[in-house]
Design a protein around this ligand. Structure first.
Ligand code: HEM
Length: 171
């Protein structure tokens, strides 16, 4: 039931979060000539995460140790680039008031940190023997990383295309 005021008219509900000063300030601050660094840097961890699964599958198929070594390098560089992308994203989240005050931005942060933990585990596990690590746990971990990176990327796109976070307002 809609709350009524003294005159028995329906009361206009006010969202206290959207009333905050700075709620509409969503333009990227961590940017090069207005282009958000986070959006530019996420392509690397996303692609490398898929490369690890591809290299694991090729090792399983061919038995060639080259692919196990390729998976180790893709896992390590994917994790490092993921951390760099995470740093730019976190700076954006903390510094831009309109991003900081929106719950979906924090949801993205939680999903992304889960992903970074998985990417780190997938790399660290291989450091103790990259060939033996692939089957079965390495490839299973790589499959999980692909699922989580896909979800993270999809959700990041939602922040930009649905909530317009990080975008310039236009004229
Ligand atoms: C760990 C902390 C992270 C935070 C706080 C964060 C925050 C954000 C924010 C605020 C945006 C909106 C655009 C902008 O302002 O730049 C965004 C977009 C996005 N994020 Fe993240 N992010 C994080 C990590 C990641 C990671 C690790 C990935 C994937 C590897 C990722 C994938 C994306 C994608 C794909 C977009 C959409 C970019 C576009 O379509 O232009 N994020 N993120």
């Amino acid at each position: 039931m809609t709350p009524k005021n003294n005159k028995n008219e329906p009361e206009e509900l006010i969202d206290p979060i959207s009333e905050r000063p700075g709620f509409h300030e969503t333009e990227s601050r961590i940017a090069v000539f207005g282009h958000p660094i986070h959006a530019m840097s996420v392509a690397f961890p996303v692609a490398l995460t898929f490369c690890v699964l591809g290299a694991d599958a090729l090792y399983w198929w061919t038995g060639d140790v080259f692919w196990a070594r390729a998976a180790l390098w893709a896992a390590g560089t994917g994790f490092m680039f993921g951390m760099l992308a995470g740093l730019s994203g976190t700076a954006e989240l903390l510094l831009v008031s309109g991003i900081r005050s929106r719950a979906p931005a924090w949801t993205h942060f939680i999903i992304a940190v889960t992903l970074l933990a998985l990417l780190g585990a997938n790399w660290g596990y291989r450091l103790y023997g990259y060939e033996q690590a692939v089957l079965p746990y390495g490839i299973l971990l790589s499959g999980l990383c692909v699922l989580v990176v896909s979800f993270t990327g999809w959700h990041g796109g939602k922040l930009v295309f649905d909530y317009r976070l990080g975008t310039s307002k236009g004229n």
